[in-house]
Design a binder for this molecule. Structure first.
Ligand code: F0G
Length: 353
């Protein structure tokens, strides 16, 4: 049987990366499109989850990173830099390790989930904490790459979006066409832009007959694409999308406009409730930011929006194990009932007796 080769080898002819670039790959992509009985039941639509937490480092970032690191290596870079809310840095560190490049990471101090920080450190990154937010870190990463011999691999590097658009290809390949609606979380806005590139390319190639309506969801405290103004002090418990001035602002607006879609905000409470419900109904554990698209779908239903009869895809962007602390905040003592090693004690505690 044939093993999935990673997104560059699976889709090389469709990607705008220099010919002959050897792939630095951890066999990312090929992630499952999981049918959600729960959300299909609530909406009357066919709802699938694109489970991007199943990538090698646990988020969708690996799709763009295989491309960015392959090109950086091919072009002779020796060090790579990124600003990150955690997942990009985890992914960059892993691919840089594989390629033999030195990874340099800039992150907002105190605002990175422990799992992501562990990944960057384990893969050998030099992690620099910045007294500032993601937007400050991105400005610094750009500045460093302009003044010093270090290649920038944030999604302002167009090669990143080339890799990330493969998620749209996979969805079309699996469904046999593009879906009617695509919902996802939005932070720095690279992912929604990349999906739109991918869907557009498949339509132009005749591999799909349509493009989906794109709906992007931001955390209320960091929702510049909803208000139309940058947030100088973004705040949300969904730290992955704690971003006030998205780099791909214009590309994301283009995706929303051309698809007749839109952006909307969801609160942290909605995000955390959606995260728990998804875990308990569908068996899929995602990190808080990754549940923003689910929270958005639930909000739209509550507002009377209809998805009945449609094909709907919701991308869940990263794995729940990245940030167990935030996930468990809402549970309190439920998780530590302690009994003696006795069957009847356990049965009583469990409400069976
Ligand atoms: N979900 C997760 C889990 C993320 O890590 C990110 C972004 C997003 C959604 C938003 O995607 O930025 O393309 O709109 N994380 C970046 C990082 C910023 O540094 O890991 P986007």
């Amino acid at each position: 049987t044939r093993q999935w080769r990673g997104v560059i080898e699976e889709y090389r002819a469709l990607l705008d990366i220099p010919e002959g670039t050897p792939a630095v790959t951890l066999r990312e992509g090929g992630t499952p499109l999981v049918h959600s009985e729960w959300l299909s039941g609530l909406t009357g639509a066919t709802v699938h989850l694109k489970v991007e937490g199943d990538n090698p480092t646990g988020s969708f970032k690996d799709r763009g990173m295989t491309a960015a690191i392959s090109v950086a290596k091919h072009e002779g870079a020796q060090a790579v830099v990124c600003a990150s809310t955690g997942n990009t840095s985890a992914s960059m560190a892993a691919y840089a390790a594989k390629a033999g490049l030195k990874p340099l990471v800039l992150v907002p101090e105190g605002k990175i989930a422990a799992g992501k920080m562990a990944q960057a450190i384990m893969h050998g990154a030099q992690v620099i904490m910045v007294r500032g937010n993601f937007d400050d870190c991105l400005a610094m990463a750009r500045g460093l790459s302009q003044a010093y011999p270090v290649a920038l691999v944030n999604s302002v590097n167009p090669v990143r979006l080339e890799g990330q658009k493969t998620a749209a290809f996979e969805i079309c390949d699996f469904l046999g066409d593009a879906p009617d609606y695509h919902l996802l979380p939005v932070g720095n806005a690279g992912n929604i832009s990349a999906y739109w590139l991918g869907y557009t390319q498949y339509l132009e190639l005749g591999m799909a007959t349509k493009r989906p309506v794109m709906r992007g969801f931001q955390a209320e405290g960091a929702s510049p694409l909803v208000t139309g103004e940058p947030f100088p002090h973004p705040e949300t418990k969904a730290t992955a999308i704690r971003i006030g001035n998205p780099a791909s602002w214009h590309l994301a607006e283009k995706a929303a406009k051309e698809s007749e879609g839109r952006f909307a905000a969801v609160t942290d409470d909605q995000i955390l409730a959606a995260q728990r419900e998804l875990a308990q109904h569908d068996g899929v554990f995602v990190e808080p930011a990754s549940a923003a698209g689910i929270a958005g779908l639930l909000q739209e239903l509550a507002q009377g929006e209809s998805y009945a009869g449609a094909q709907v895809v919701v991308t869940v962007t990263g794995h729940g194990l990245k940030d167990t602390a935030t996930a468990l905040e809402g549970f309190g003592p439920l998780v530590d009932i302690v009994v003696d090693a006795d069957v009847d004690d356990a049965a009583r505690a469990a409400g069976l007796a």
